[in-house]
Design a protein around this ligand. Structure first.
Ligand SMILES: NC(=O)c1ccc[n+]([C@@H]2O[C@H](COP(=O)([O-])OP(=O)(O)OC[C@H]3O[C@@H](n4cnc5c(N)ncnc54)[C@H](OP(=O)(O)O)[C@@H]3O)[C@@H](O)[C@H]2O)c1
Length: 263
């Protein structure tokens, strides 16, 4: 039997075990997926080994620790410095970042998007910026503090802190901050956000299962919107397939995993 886990702090809210166990059962694979609360990220590899895991997902705040422990890394993990999927193969740990392609799959339904503004400059912003640029979008980044902009400036993105920014037109506005998650706040000044939304066509909120102020304002402005549920689903589908050497069918995994969102 194969054993998998998600590691995080907090992790109790995670629906990844539901998603992966539905896929394991639905595809008749002998395996089980558990959740493991991990306080100290430096203990990730010890915990992974002591549980005799075949693979794992890693969430906030341990993605950088996961990156550091891998023997091999995929293109996005390398570029972003963060890993959300670990796979054990022939005694080696392989690290992947499926947040980036998961996001890209989630915005497929938007159709043509040429320019994007990312609010926030953390790990998720890096993953999203990287995949959008790879797909030839013009990407700019706006963050509260200046200190996190270095990565973006070094990688040739246009990046602003709040005090340097003047709103202009972007097709897509993406909120990657946690503003609105446990409070009712906007990721940037409400007036500036409203101006941006009046000029935009699409809005994406990485938080899922909650009508955040960002999402509500986007709806009021008539934008085509999405929350983070599809991103979560697609990063999970890609991770699941990696656990099985990419030999499974993504559509069939999706079919089973998406039931987790209606349970
Ligand atoms: N749907 C999915 O599949 C999915 C996947 C991955 C992550 N996520 C979600 O994405 C969010 C961000 O994760 P992360 O790993 O990128 O976090 P992170 O690395 O900690 O970065 C957080 C960013 O948000 C900004 N921020 C935080 N609170 C803010 C506030 N009240 N107002 C304005 N800016 C604020 C920070 O700005 P400063 O630099 O100024 O502090 C920072 O740029 C989390 O809610 C996570 O659950 C969702």
């Amino acid at each position: 039997m194969k054993l998998f886990s998600i590691f995080g702090n907090p992790v109790s809210h995670s629906i990844s075990p539901k998603m992966h166990n539905l896929a394991l059962n639905g595809l008749h694979v002998n395996g089980c997926y558990i959740k493991t609360f991990l306080e100290d990220g430096t203990q990730l590899i010890n915990k992974f080994n002591s549980l005799h895991l075949d693979g794992a997902n890693v969430t906030v705040p341990h993605k950088e620790f996961a990156y550091a422990l891998c023997d091999e890394l995929d293109e996005f993990a390398k570029k972003v410095g963060a890993v959300n999927t670990l796979v054990k193969k022939d005694g080696k740990i392989y690290g992947y970042n499926t947040d980036a392609p998961g996001f890209y799959k989630a915005i497929e339904s938007f159709g043509e998007v040429k320019t994007a503004l990312i609010l926030g400059a953390g790990g998720t912003a890096k993953a999203i910026a990287t995949i959008l640029k790879k797909n030839s979008l013009h990407v700019e980044v706006l963050n509260r503090s200046k200190s996190r902009l270095d990565y973006f400036l070094e990688n040739n993105f246009t990046a602003y802190s709040w005090d340097e920014f003047e709103p202009k037109a972007y097709d897509l506005i993406i909120n990657t901050t946690s503003a609105g998650l446990s409070d009712n706040s906007f990721p940037i000044d409400e007036k500036i956000l409203n101006t941006l939304m009046q000029k935009a066509k699409f809005a994406f909120e990485v938080i899922y299962n909650k009508p955040t102020p960002f999402l509500n304002l986007a709806k009021q402005n008539g934008l085509t919107c999405k929350d983070g549920a599809d991103m979560l689903l697609h990063q999970g589908v890609l991770a699941f397939n990696l656990f099985f050497d990419n030999k499974l069918n993504n559509e069939r995994i999706t079919e089973h995993m998406k039931e987790a969102f209606s349970l």
